[in-house]
Design a protein around this ligand. Sequence first.
Ligand code: HEC
Length: 114
Amino acid sequence: MRRLLLLAALLPLCAASAAERKAPPWEKPLAAGRQLYRDNCIVCHAIDPGKPAKLGPNLFRFFQNELTPLTKAAPSEAYMRIKIQFGGDLMPAYVGRLSERNIDRLVEYIRSRK
Ligand code: HEC
């Protein structure tokens, strides 16, 4: 019975697309980035169209929009990286907690949300 419950709990995790399932984890940068985003950013930043801001602004189309959602500056990868590494008044800093490679993955994922 317990095993059945465990199976039921794990089932939704298997719902990834067929293409994603075939590739080994290190060949799925967007899936890895999405997971990193869920682990580190989603509590404060929605990343879906039309979702209201949480503690921080919605990061949907961050790179494609003309201006950054809160500070209203030209969006750039450099700014995103600095923000992730050093945080802000309210946002935590991730330097030492996220590797360069994982920051790359996060940036790729955010770029894909357009
Ligand atoms: C505890 C909540 C919290 C978490 C977790 C968090 N942020 Fe933030 N973030 C904020 C807040 C609040 C602001 C605006 C004020 C500030 O800069 O502190 C912000 C600002 C930003 C901005 C600048 C937006 C603009 O318009 O200039 C970016 C980019 C950003 N966050 C990205 C991220 C990413 C990527 C992650 C995950 C690695 C993350 N944040 C995690 C709260 C958070």
